[in-house]
Design a protein around this ligand. Structure first.
Ligand code: SAH
Length: 284
């Protein structure tokens, strides 16, 4: 049975509808599901985390290819459905919780202990509600250490912000954080019709390979610098840093710093490259 018909039959069997509160749009196009599986590059050596499995449409593809799968789903109604659909598999754990409340590194360690197997590679795959994309990406990139690769469906506009060039309106905090912590690539676009119910926007599948490419002395300050620089992005960066009280620097010190690094004092944040932000942070 193809995924579209399977989805219809599950919804009927369990007498449920997609829940708007949890941003549910189920992916029903088998070509797209297949392509997501391919670009995520999952192998039997991988520990895979799927966030928001829903009815299990993507899970169905992942379980076949992965070494072990951790499913994290907020909607209690999906739990019985998933366990029913995948009762033939013993290589997964299902947690009924909000991804933002879970420490993924801890959960991986607990499972590794339980199944007595250590994984060298951890991959995340997710088709999630778009309203929580950004906090989740920050969490996965910044707070969790075991994750190597993230394959995630996002709104097309968000994908564009992630890989934006300087001097464009898309360029900002998300761009710089993604660039600092990973290599990002838009793999392909996904039309609305690939989901039921259809969302209002076009989607994109993006892959993020986590990587440390830059030397930053004080990461917390660097992240702070990025946030303060773009807090008032129409102002000059010096004014934005001053009015957001970045590092409690006075105007004179900020001016001095820009002089020293030979950065024009009228520069706005979107005109600077990641190397410039790093230089500023490392010179404070
Ligand atoms: N991945 C499935 C379902 C997509 S719908 C598919 O492609 O068909 C998005 C799913 O994310 C829903 O099942 C929803 O309940 C779940 N979800 C929403 N917010 C979540 C959160 N904070 N933590 C974990 N899962 C969440």
């Amino acid at each position: 049975m193809n995924t579209l018909n399977k989805t219809k039959s599950i919804l009927k069997k369990f007498n449920i509808k997609a829940n708007k509160r949890f941003g549910q749009n189920f992916l029903v196009d088998d070509n797209i599901l297949d392509n997501i599986t391919n670009v995520s590059n999952i192998t039997k050596n991988d520990f895979v985390i799927e966030i928001g499995p829903g009815l299990g449409n993507l899970t169905n593809y992942i379980l076949e290819n992965a070494g072990y799968v951790l499913l994290i789903e907020i909607d209690e109604k999906m739990i019985d459905i998933l366990n029913d659909r995948f009762n033939g598999y013993n290589n997964y754990t299902l947690i009924n919780n909000d991804i933002l409340k879970i420490n993924i590194d801890d959960q991986i360690a607990i499972i590794e202990d339980k199944i007595n197997r250590k994984f060298n590679s951890v991959k995340v795959v997710a088709n999630l509600p778009y309203y929580i994309t950004t906090p989740i990406i920050f969490k996965l990139l910044q707070d969790e250490n075991r994750i190597d690769k993230i394959t995630i469906m996002v709104q097309k506009e968000v994908a564009e912000r992630m890989i934006a060039k300087s001097n464009t309106k898309d360029y900002g905090i998300l761009t710089l954080m993604v660039k600092y912590l990973s290599d990002a690539k838009i793999e392909f676009l996904v039309p609305k019709e690939a989901f039921i119910p259809s969302p209002n926007v076009t989607s994109a599948v993006i892959t993020l390979e986590k990587k440390k490419k830059y030397v930053v002395n004080n990461e917390k300050m660097f992240f702070d610098l990025i946030h303060c620089s773009f807090a008032q992005r129409r102002k000059t960066m010096i004014n934005s840093l001053f009015s957001t009280k970045f590092n409690n620097l006075d105007k004179q010190s900020i001016n001095y710093l820009f002089d020293k690094l030979d950065i024009n004092k009228n520069t706005r944040a979107e005109q600077l490259e990641i190397e410039d932000f790093i230089q500023i942070a490392n010179n404070i």
